[in-house]
Design a protein around this ligand. Structure first.
Ligand code: NAD
Ligand code: UGA
Length: 446
């Protein structure tokens, strides 16, 4: 089956970059990315300097494909009708209320997509789970789709996304693997082939892995859990380093040189942030509990608990330095994003650290090269529990920083190189992205 028209529901950090790369590599396929957020679509169609997602290399691709075979629109109905293949790349946050609140993934956005697909489809569709979903979600989606009584065949595939923010374009071009889960039926395998053929335009065939739907759904959650687990493992050991005089960077290097372990994802830090690790592990914990696997659930839950512990431990180092009185201490927060080269601040450690320092009386300046001021204000309003107006006497968002302005402490929370080259007294620097410095510092002090 040759696919000529694709629709992607969800124009966020996954939908936008993923479809841009497919469009670039598949010039004969027309792709419409739709979203129910009008402002977001306006920005995708607007200036290349103001796209809603910042990723190195993204705007250059958008410039080439937008209006050629990539389109952004709010017309969800029209895009569904027209397409033979539909990706669902909507958000799957942790549920806030109801059964599983605080743990399970909220599937309402995916279910709403499925309802729209069922409502507007007039011909057979391949429906693809691009969002990260709990294992066996395809069953639920299938139930919703089958409510369409027009005798349409919906084939559901799982094709989770493994890109990391800040390197999304390079990850999409050189994926370690593309994972496609499909039904073992004839029509299921036909759908799998149609999607394999699209990726094969630029991904070597041996890197395209096909499995059954459940393995694919679960492999995504498991991959994120394993990545986050490495960070929590090394962060837990950083606490022991601080007690013993061992150096966590040296430890990481020594461990990572074992080829069975490997050197990546062993950088001790203030803790992982981002919209996915925490919510995906909590989702995994919930699934394990659901299936009565309480020991397994507790094992994975510990990854999130250590991450919280690390954020608190890092913040305590700063608080102790000021002997718990931060009244009128001037502190510069360097970096609001959860990692470099993204404008995304979801679950960023900065939100937590800055709030604690603020609540103890500090005056906070916040600088980030990519996160928009409005995003920082929204984070404070939503996460701190104060309106920005209530904090604005002691919190400012600044659009540049200079070594000539003096602070009582500099807290680096995003790993930009420019922050490392500031000419400031290293004793005043608390580097959440290079815990080793802090180790030296806390040992020197005790
Ligand atoms: P996002 O919040 O950036 O984007 C989701 C978009 O979907 C939003 O723009 C929202 O308005 C839109 N949307 C929600 N419901 C809709 C509906 N019914 N109709 C139309 N539009 C709708 O989310 P994201 O970061 O792109 O993540 C999407 C999924 O991909 C999640 O499941 C996430 O776990 C997974 N994922 C994310 C990343 C990442 O780096 N952000 C990487 C891999 C996988
Ligand atoms: C992560 C995964 O790496 C992607 O494969 C996955 O697709 C994605 O989640 C997702 O499902 O959303 P992302 O969260 O964008 O990607 O970025 P990472 O590079 O994984 O970094 C996550 C956090 O861990 C950052 O706060 C980073 O600073 C921190 N980190 C990373 C460490 O503290 N130490 C490390 O060694 C590596």
């Amino acid at each position: 089956m040759k696919i000529k028209n694709i629709c992607c529901i969800g124009a966020g950090y996954v939908g936008g970059p993923t479809m841009a790369v497919i469009a670039l590599n598949s010039p004969k396929i027309n792709i419409i990315v739709v979203d129910n957020n009008e402002e977001k679509i306006r920005r995708w169609n607007g200036s290349l300097d103001n796209l809603p997602v910042y990723e190195p290399g993204l705007s250059e691709i958008i410039e080439k494909v937008r209006g050629r075979n990539l389109f952004f629109s709010n017309d969800i109905k029209g895009a569904i009708e027209k397409s033979e293949m539909i990706f669902m790349a909507v958000n799957t946050p942790t549920k806030k209320e109801g059964e599983g609140a605080g743990m399970a993934a909220d599937l309402k956005y995916v279910e709403n997509c499925a309802k729209d697909i069922a409502k507007y489809s007039k011909s057979d569709k391949i429906v693809i789970e691009k969002s990260t979903l709990p294992v066996r979600t395809a069953e639920k989606i299938s139930e919703i789709l089958e409510k369409n009584s027009n005798k349409i065949n919906f084939e559901i595939l799982s094709n989770p996304e493994f890109l990391a923010e800040g390197t999304a374009i390079q990850d999409l071009f050189k994926s370690d693997r593309v994972l496609i889960g499909g039904n073992e039926t004839k029509s299921g395998q036909k759908a799998v082939k149609a999607l394999v053929d699209i990726y094969a335009n630029w991904i070597p065939k041996e890197k395209i892995l096909t499995t059954n739907v459940w393995s694919s759904e679960l492999a995504k959650l498991a991959s994120n859990a394993m990545l986050a687990q490495r960070i929590s493992s090394i962060n837990s050991l950083s606490a022991l380093c601080e007690k013993t005089g061992a150096n966590i960077d040296e430890l990481s290097k020594a461990i990572g040189m074992d080829h069975r372990i490997g050197p990546h994802f062993l950088k001790a830090s203030v803790g992982f942030g981002g919209s996915c690790f925490k919510k995906d592990i909590l989702n995994l914990v919930y699934l394990c509990q659901f299936y009565g696997l309480n020991e397994v659930a507790e094992y994975w839950h510990q990854v999130v608990k250590i991450n919280n512990y690390q954020k608190i431990r890092f913040t305590e180092t700063i608080i102790k330095y000021f002997e718990r009185d931060l009244t009128d201490k001037k502190i510069l927060i360097l970096g609001w994003a959860f990692k470099a080269n993204t404008n995304d601040s979801r679950e960023s450690a900065s939100i937590f650290v800055a709030q604690k320092l603020f609540e103890l009386g500090a005056k906070i300046d916040i600088y980030d090269p990519k996160v928009e001021t409005i995003t920082i204000i929204k984070d404070i309003n939503l996460e701190w529990g104060y309106t920005f107006n209530q904090v604005s006497e002691r919190v400012s968002i600044i659009d540049n920083h200079s070594s000539s302005v003096k602070y009582d402490a500099y807290v680096i929370l995003t790993e930009y190189q420019e922050f490392k080259s500031l000419e400031i007294d290293p004793q005043l620097v608390f580097d959440g992205r290079n815990i080793f410095d802090k180790t030296l510092y806390s040992i020197g002090k005790s």
